[in-house]
Design a protein around this ligand. Sequence first.
Ligand SMILES: NC(=O)c1ccc[n+]([C@@H]2O[C@H](COP(=O)([O-])OP(=O)(O)OC[C@H]3O[C@@H](n4cnc5c(N)ncnc54)[C@H](O)[C@@H]3O)[C@@H](O)[C@H]2O)c1
Length: 301
Amino acid sequence: MKDFFGYDGKVCVVTGASSGMGKATTQMLVELGAKVYAIDMNPCQVEGIEKYLKCNLASKEDIDKTFKELPEKIDSFFGVAGLSGSKTDYRTTFDCNYTANMYITLYYLKERMQKGASIVYCTSTAGLEWKKFKKEQNKVVHSKTWEEVVAATSKLASSAPATFAYMYSKRCLSQFICEQAVEFAKLGIRMNNVLPAATDTGMKQEFQDMVGSEEGLIEQAGLANRLATSEEMAGPMVFLNSNMASFVSGVDFLVDYTDTCLKILKLKKNLEAVSATNPIICAIAKKMMQKQSEELKKLNP
Ligand SMILES: NC(=O)c1ccc[n+]([C@@H]2O[C@H](COP(=O)([O-])OP(=O)(O)OC[C@H]3O[C@@H](n4cnc5c(N)ncnc54)[C@H](O)[C@@H]3O)[C@@H](O)[C@H]2O)c1
C-alpha cells in the first residue's frame, strides 16, 4: 500500500506528549513509523517512541537543555502542550502556551528544519478572534526574544487573572503562526494552526469548573452533542504535518463541529469577542476570580 502520509522514518518532535491530544498524536505517529521525540514535564508512557525528554516549557533554560538532546535535523514539529491557567499563574501559563512556541520556532526549528519540513501548533477556538485584536497582540508577536515577550506581558502578569493568559496566549500564537508561515514558506517549510473545540482530555475538568458543568462544555463543541476525543484532534494535526497536506500552509484549521459556523450565522452568541488585555476588564475579572476561589476554599477547606 502507498504510504500517503509519508511519516515512515521521519524525525517528529511532539510537545505535551504525555496526555490528551499530544499523547494521541504521539501514538498515531509511532504507528505510522515515525521516530518520535516526546517532550513533556510528566513522563510519556507511549510505547515505541524514540526518546522521552522531561522539560518544563515555561523555562527557557529547560528548552535549551532539551534541544541539546534532540537531533540536528527535525522533519515535523507538533507544538501541542498547553495550560488552561486555572492552576498556574499568568506568567507560567503565557510562557508555556506562547513564549515557548515562539522561542522554539525562531531559535531552533528555523535552523534544524529543511525544505519539505512541517510545523503544526495547537491553539484553541478560545483564540479564534485573533484577527480582530491584532493591535493588542502586536507588541508581543513582534517581540523576537524570550525576555522581550516577558517584558511586553509583565504588566498583565501582575494585573490580569491567569485564565486570561489562556485566550491571550492562544490569540498571540495564532497571529504568530500566520506571520511566520509566510517567513517559513520562503524556506519551503509549512506551518499550520489547529484550533480545537472542547475536548475530553486531562484539561477537561479545569474547563468544566470554569463553565460550571459538562453540559456547558458540550455546548462549546458545535452540534456534536458530545466532547471531541483526543484522537479527533490528533488526526487533523497528523494530517496537516503529513505529505497529504503538502500545499497547505498558514491555515487556521478549525476542529469544532460547526461551532464557528453557528457564531457566524448568529445562531449562537460569540463570547470570545472580548478584549484579553483591557485593564478594567482584567481587574474586574481578577477580583471576581479571587472571590470565587475564596468561597470555594470555605466550602472545601
Ligand atoms: N481540552 C480542550 O478542551 C482544549 C480545547 C482547545 C485547545 N486545547 C489545547 O490543546 C492542547 C493539548 O491539551 P490537552 O487538552 O490535550 O490537555 P492535557 O492536559 O491532557 O495535555 C497537556 C499536556 O501538556 C503538558 N504540559 C503542560 N504544561 C507543560 C509545561 N510547562 N511543560 C511541559 N509540558 C507541559 C502536560 O503535562 C500534558 O501532558 C493545549 O495546548 C490546550 O490549550 C485544549
